[in-house]
Design a protein around this ligand. Structure first.
Ligand code: UDP
Length: 320
């Protein structure tokens, strides 16, 4: 298979490139390095089946040419990280909505399979855990900028499914739950890299809110295996899938676990949400995926549990 990965120098995209190359596929990466990093793909630069271009998906002639050479596009280029989204809402909306629009438009002209990366954020404040793909989505008001991320990704989902319905474009929508592992930076707010870096440096571990909110973390290697399994299964086309791991932990519990696993003397401190993000910030209390659908279709099951993930992330930051 010839795969185009937009956002391929990012955390998930670079792991996907590793997997595709290991399986004998040809990979083209298109990334503007806005949140991705050349370090994530530098080990691949001399690989004969790896090619990359540093540019944006908004460069439509380039995108069209790269699509010509591909059988499938994994559209991962997007604004990421709650911190960045709250601080840069305009760029978030424009990147996520317009970027996906041009990818779908050009893929449709050339009839290429498109995987659209959405997010578990679309479930919002829903309390109906575990979240299944057919569940109602519960978002907060539009003056709370966090929800712009979920809304922009929902427009991407509607747009992809509209192309499928109206233009018969093969699309697959995936909702990624908190995906973690080596190469993820804490720069855009993600909790595990931040806690690990704080613990290793002896700085306070910053739990936002009261720490009772929970998340379930998925190893990036499991996520990219799921992506590949979906594109290889004809039954995935035109559908939405959760990709996640049902193992849930509170954020305070996570802080304690990371402190213990690193042998850190760091203090665990609590920071109110309005200081951590912005006044009136709304968090979601729980976020647990229902993975019945993807399991039934391609046999997906997470293989790396939270303790193993943390060992890998701690090792990654120790060697940085
Ligand atoms: N969080 C935290 N301390 C940090 C970063 C994040 O307590 O330094 C919390 C955050 O408020 C949220 C959870 O950890 O409740 C997960 O945050 P992340 O940004 O990783 O992902 P989210 O699930 O919010 O998209």
């Amino acid at each position: 298979m010839r795969a185009l990965i937009t956002g391929g120098a990012g955390f998930v995209g670079s792991h996907l490139a590793d997997l595709l190359l290991a399986q004998g596929h040809e990979v083209w990466v298109l990334d503007n390095l806005s949140t991705g990093s050349i370090d994530n793909i530098s080990h691949l630069k001399d690989h004969p089946r790896f090619h990359y271009t540093i540019d944006t998906v908004m460069n439509e002639p380039l995108l069209a040419e790269m699509l010509d050479r591909s059988d499938v596009v994994f559209h991962l280029a997007a604004a990421v990280g709650v911190k960045k989204i709250v601080e840069e809402p305009v760029a978030t909306i424009e990147t996520n909505v317009h970027g996906t629009e041009v990818v779908l438009k050009h893929a449709s002209k050339k009839r290429k399979l498109v995987v659209v990366a959405s997010t578990s954020e679309v479930y919002g404040k829903s309390l109906q855990v575990p979240f299944s793909e057919t569940a109602d989505l519960v978002l907060g008001p539009s003056d709370k900028h966090r929800w712009a991320y979920a809304c922009s990704k929902l427009i991407d989902e509607f747009h992809a499914l509209a192309y499928y319905k109206e233009k018969k474009l093969p699309v697959i929508v995936v909702r990624l739950f908190n995906t973690v592992g080596p190469r993820q930076t804490g720069q855009y707010g993600m909790v595990i890299p931040n806690f690990v870096k704080q613990a290793l440096s002896g700085r306070p571990i910053t739990v936002f809110g009261d720490g009772t909110q929970s998340r379930s973390f998925t190893y990036v290697g499991d996520v990219v295996r799921a992506l590949l399994a979906l594109v290889e299964h004809p039954g995935a086309v035109g559908q939405v899938f959760n990709i996640g791991n049902g193992e849930e932990i509170s954020i305070r519990g996570l802080a304690e676990k990371i402190k213990a696993m690193t042998g850190s003397a760091s203090e665990i401190v609590t920071i109110p949400y309005d200081q951590a993000y912005e006044a009136g910030f709304e968090d979601m209390p729980r976020r647990v995926p229902d993975i019945t659908k993807i399991n039934a279709l391609v046999g997906y099951r997470p293989t790396v549990d939270l303790d193993e993930i943390l060992v890998k992330v701690i090792e990654f930051f120790r060697t940085q």
